[in-house]
Design a binder for this molecule. Structure first.
Ligand SMILES: NC(=O)c1ccc[n+]([C@@H]2O[C@H](COP(=O)([O-])OP(=O)(O)OC[C@H]3O[C@@H](n4cnc5c(N)ncnc54)[C@H](OP(=O)(O)O)[C@@H]3O)[C@@H](O)[C@H]2O)c1
Length: 289
């Protein structure tokens, strides 16, 4: 890695949209830390990023981000390394079958909302020390399928991946907008990025069971729509991270193609924002994160 290069961390950075984001950053001169679980995949991703950049630009740090204590330890380790200039909270996804993390939390909530929140909190001082710096939180149009009900960890009714992930992403977007206002005075610009539907491994494992019954007649159309090449989908997080146009637009949503599109923010009503704050505080208290 290069002395004086700007330092970025990309979570879930060894595959899918995260890896293409890391390639996009490294080719623009950034040093990138790739965080994920599997070491073999990590080494292959590191080599791919280095090749694309034409220099040693990447390193791999292993962590299972579905564990909040492991996420916190990772953040503390990264914070000890000094100023950080960019955090891309890309980890997340959608699952056909419901599963719970080792902390006992439904996975969509753990990975799309709580883990990025915990990692961010541990890195705020490092990002402030690196200011002007940015945080990019990866969001999703699944938000449109969310039930905005935050009475319990999971939404009421059966598990439908699209709706469950949509609600977790809604919570995270509400948190992102709060964070944007909170960190702006520190010179840390917080943005959301929606890559749009992309043909990643996570997308490939989905079946019609992710859909609530009313949407099932549209499954073929929805499935075929998840076809954007992954490198193309990474344009949104890369633009949010690097485009000078977004440097002072804290709280903006950067949509597919890297173009500003705040339409998802309309789902964050004042009532949703308030409910998400209380719900998140309750979840963090129960997990002692
Ligand atoms: N794909 C889409 O259509 C789409 C659309 C809108 C938004 N998004 C959002 O874009 C982001 C990336 O999605 P994607 O489709 O690229 O996902 P993906 O294909 O599942 O991403 C794979 C990456 O995630 C890592 N990963 C998985 N579980 C992990 C864990 N517990 N801890 C650490 N790393 C983990 C994998 O490495 P290991 O397995 O080695 O850990 C690998 O690096 C997500 O936030 C997703 O919600 C995706």
């Amino acid at each position: 890695m290069t002395a004086h290069a700007r330092r970025a961390v990309v979570t879930a950075g060894t595959g899918g949209i995260g890896l293409e984001t890391a390639v996009g950053l490294a080719t623009r001169g950034w040093d990138v830390t790739l965080v994920a679980r599997d070491g073999e995949r990590g080494n292959a991703a590191r080599a791919r990023v280095d090749r694309a950049a034409g220099r040693p630009a990447a390193r791999f740090l292993p962590a299972d981000l579905s564990s909040l204590s492991e996420t916190r330890r990772l953040g503390e380790r990264l914070a000890e390394e000094g100023p950080l200039h960019l955090l891309v909270n890309n980890v997340g996804g959608m699952w056909t079958r419901r599963w719970v993390s080792q902390d006992g939390i439904e996975a969509s909530v753990a990975l799309n909302h709580l883990s990025p929140l915990v990692l961010t909190e541990t890195l705020i001082d490092a990002l402030a020390a690196g200011a002007p710096s940015r945080i990019v939180n990866v969001t999703s149009s699944a938000i449109a399928a969310a039930q905005p009900v935050f009475d319990a960890v999971e939404p009421p009714g059966p598990h439908y991946g699209l709706a469950t992930t949509g609600r977790a992403k809604l919570a995270h977007l509400a948190h992102t907008l709060d964070l944007a206002a909170r960190l702006r005075p520190l010179g840390v610009t917080v943005l959301a990025a929606d890559p749009g539907p992309a043909a990643t491994d996570n997308a490939a494992q989905m079946t019609v069971d992710i859909l609530p019954p009313a949407l099932r007649p549209h499954w073929e159309q929805i499935r075929q729509g998840v076809s954007t090449p992954v490198a193309e989908a990474a344009r949104a997080p890369v633009a949010a991270a690097t485009d000078p146009e977004f440097a002072d637009l804290a709280g903006a949503v950067v949509g597919p193609g890297g173009v500003r599109d705040d339409s998802l923010a309309r789902f964050v009503t004042p009532e949703v924002a308030e409910a998400v704050r209380a719900w998140t505080a309750g979840l963090l208290a129960t997990t002692a994160a």
